[in-house]
Write a protein that binds this ligand. Structure first.
Ligand code: TNX
Length: 758
């Protein structure tokens, strides 16, 4: 029978002895993002040479998509006829659909072509993966009988792509858009201009193509590396207007709106390199060769406004989207402070300072775009100095910008770095390709709730949705980009599409495992960290236990060694938490039960037992929610944070606050040394403190100054035979980020690691 075709679509409990259709029991479908409601039945529909399709003319695009999917994926050609019907149901919401598969027909009902398109994407996931790449060679396709009612949670469901830092082929952009469409994402935010390159052809300004589109060379390695080295290779290019039109049209046929981003007033050094008169200093500058934030920003003068209006005129011709993204982020005000014209303009317009001048700049551009019938989106910095009247805010620095905007009645799109930055590391393994930093594993993306807690029921309506961002400073190739995008984009699709009560991470993981086959068929280079091992520590009665976990199911177990040796299929099986009462090196791996087959990578964790392990710790401030590691207790659990991922379970992050740490041993101990370390990644706004104070019991504080010249700053305090019951550590926040540095004017972060006491 047709069992083979069904495997991979469903988790089946099969009574193989009797291969009758009735004997197939489906326990679960595998659709991502998970629909609102699914009702499965026992029979199935067969698509073959005799199957016909009819459609309402208003549902033509989706009907054609389905026909094309089946005909290019298999040998089957569909006929005219009533077996598969596309019908209008005016009562359904614009993006909603109803899909009914029964033994005799398939019915797709929607009020719009877009809704019907999403029904087709669901139907696609009910069909064999071989159809994705033409590998399906049989003459009938079986589809499980089912009734699915579905609609999105949010109206804005986006993915962003930065093509300025690195550029990707037109063909690849289409592949990216295909993936969005498959996952029911409806917006592609195309970041087209930045300091390192201008990537869209503007016919009126030829030097954008000749100069701004190319940089002489590119930074090698990480920005935080002490010595900056360059590759010596010219890099660049741009999308011609013909290519842009082609992409916009391609996206439209898949119900993806392309929103272009033209950055202003900051991230504009490439344009200023081509036309120095657009800057304040009139000095020649070059297209940026390294990453970061640059001081060369547009000068708010007549030339600039005329230039931007001309550029936008051409952009509007190419992009029919309601929204145009005007950037607005990370614009250092250094040049404006020292510019006579800017200072005169501030006076003339009665503005308070340079932030209000930025707001004046954005408002002026907003008016221009509004007059052409368009709306602006800007990064949350556009709130500073007053928000342009009709602007939508894209909230990336935490969620406070979103809250402020929604409370004042502005629409917001959520893209916080903590949950939406797919340029961040996704695993703690040392073999990950170099990334900008951060740590955003799949489960964290999946757990994202786009609605900030601070909003009232009524204010929630201003949250249009969320978006994953892919900045490409450290992503030079298409394969690498796919690796960063998948599977996190799948998790995001469920965040923005599915109803919160339908979400369940364990269930998502099992559907994802199945989805791997589809990604394989699509030749997607996705990351797979499903059988990586995660740990947790727990303090019970003044003792600390070490626990391991993975995405385990009945047939998967963890095997481990505690002495640093490599686990194999004979190593002991992990069954209960391990007491930390000495230093050890834990190595573990997920194995198939009763088998030699190792499923994931080997996990390694060094545990450094010291005098504070098991003690009680309190901190007078809560760490920032997204960077709260294993909580305060994690600072004395015997485990140090990663050298490269401050977002892991061990680092604690505090934003702009001084903190006081108290460690209580409960009995007097002899103390000889106190050690800890601080993260100091200034590009990410993280600064080691300049000053630390330490006291024992009721004694006076002793003060220490710290250097801040490396990525990791060690603090070490040696005392001879100090006896104490308690240790107090005061950590002073660095303060405001100085001018000229990335994030200037914002509060600095403090990230502190394990406090090792011996
Ligand atoms: C901040 S997000 C930026 C980008 C960088 C990104 C790297 C935003 C509005 N600005 O210019 O590429 O961080 O994660």
């Amino acid at each position: 029978m047709h069992i083979k075709k069904l495997i991979g679509l469903f988790i089946l409990s099969l009574a193989l002895v009797n291969c009758k259709e009735e004997s197939i029991q489906i326990t679960q479908t595998q659709i991502i993002p998970i629909p609102n409601s699914i009702e499965l039945s026992d029979s199935f529909f067969t698509i073959d040479e005799n199957t016909g399709v009819t459609y309402d003319d208003n549902l033509k695009v989706s009907a054609q998509f389905l026909k094309n999917f089946i005909e290019t994926g298999s040998q089957i050609t569909l006929k005219q006829g009533n077996a598969i019907q596309f019908l209008i149901d005016e009562t359904l919401e614009p993006e909603a659909y109803k899909l009914t598969v029964s033994k005799k027909e398939i019915k797709i009902e929607a009020s719009t072509d877009q809704g019907a398109f999403y029904a087709v994407q669901t139907l696609r996931q009910l069909m064999p993966v071989g159809l994705e790449n033409g590998a399906f060679s049989e003459n009938e396709i079986l589809i499980q009988a089912v009734v699915i009612n579905d609609k999105p949670q949010f109206s804005y469901r986006g993915m962003h792509l930065d093509v300025a830092r690195h550029m990707f082929s037109v063909e690849f952009i289409k592949k990216y858009i295909d993936a969005l469409a498959m996952l029911k994402l409806n917006t592609f935010h195309w970041h087209l201009t930045d300091d390192q390159g201008w990537r869209i052809e503007i016919k009126k300004y030829t030097k954008l193509q000749e100069v701004a589109a190319y940089r002489d060379e590119t930074l090698v390695g990480h920005y935080s590396d002490r010595l900056h080295q360059f590759d010596g290779k010219r890099y660049g290019g741009y999308y011609t207007q013909e290519e842009v039109k082609d992409i916009v049209q391609y996206a439209k046929e898949r119900f993806v709106t392309v929103i272009p981003e033209i950055e202003m007033p900051g991230h504009a050094q490439a344009a200023i390199a081509a036309y120095p008169e657009l800057g304040c200093s009139d000095q020649p500058v070059e297209v940026a060769k390294k990453w970061g934030v640059f001081e060369e920003i547009y000068c708010p003068n007549q030339k600039t406004f005329a230039f931007l209006e001309d550029v936008l005129d051409e952009v509007l011709e190419l992009f029919p989207s309601k929204y145009i993204h005007i950037g607005g982020d990370e614009a250092p005000k250094t040049r404006w402070k020292n510019c006579e014209h800017c200072q005169a303009l501030i006076k003339e317009e009665g503005l308070k300072d340079e932030h209000h001048l930025q707001s004046y700049f954005i408002t002026k551009m907003e008016k221009y775009l509004n007059s052409k019938g368009r709306q602006i989106i800007g990064w949350d910095e556009i709130l500073e100095g007053g928000l342009a009247p009709n602007a939508t805010v894209m909230s990336w620095r935490g969620t406070s910008g979103a809250v402020e905007a929604a409370k004042s009645g502005h629409n917001v799109i959520m893209t916080p770095t903590s949950h939406c930055y797919f340029d961040y590391y996704q695993s703690e393994n040392d073999d990950e390709p170099l990334a900008i930093g951060g740590f955003l594993p799949l489960e964290k993306v999946y757990g994202f709730n786009p609605i900030p807690e601070e909003l009232t029921e009524n204010e929630r309506q201003y949250v249009l949705g969320a978006q994953g961002n892919i900045w490409t400073e450290y992503i030079p190739t298409e394969k690498h980009l796919e690796y960063m995008a998948f599977p996190r984009m799948l998790a995001l699709s469920e965040v923005v599409w599915s109803q919160p009560e339908r979400k369940n991470y364990k269930d998502f993981v099992s559907r994802l495992e199945n989805f791997h086959q589809r990604l394989d068929a699509l030749k997607m280079n996705y990351a797979n960290h499903l059988y990586d091992i995660e740990y947790e520590t727990e303090r019970i009665n003044d003792e600390v236990y070490f626990k391991l976990d993975s995405n385990l199911s009945e047939d998967k177990i963890i095997r481990l060694e505690l002495n640093g040796s490599e686990p194999d299929y004979e190593s002991r099986v992990y069954t209960e938490p391990i007491l930390i009462d000495k230093s050890m090196e834990v190595k573990a791996a997920v194995y198939k039960f009763n088998s030699k087959e190792k499923l994931g990578r080997t996990f390694t964790q060094n545990i450094n037992y010291h005098k504070a392990v098991g003690a009680k710790i309190t901190i007078n401030k809560q760490p920032y929610k997204a960077y709260s590691g294993s909580g305060a207790q994690g600072l004395i659990n015997g485990i140090s944070g990663s050298d490269s991922r401050y977002g892991d379970k061990e680092w604690l992050g505090f934003w702009g606050e001084d903190i006081l740490i108290e460690i209580d041993f409960r009995e007097e101990l002899e103390i000889n040394s106190i050690k800890t370390r601080f993260y100091n990644s200034n590009g990410q706004w993280i600064y080691a403190p300049e000053k630390i104070l330490v006291a024992f019991d009721n004694n006076q504080y002793q003060e220490f100054n710290l250097a801040n010249d490396e990525l990791l700053i060690n603090f070490e305090f040696n005392v001879a035979n100090q006896r104490a019951k308690k240790v107090y550590i005061k950590v002073q926040n660095y303060g405001t980020i100085p001018e000229g540095k990335q994030g200037a004017g914002n509060k600095a972060w403090t990230f502190i690691d394990e406090i090792i006491i011996n």
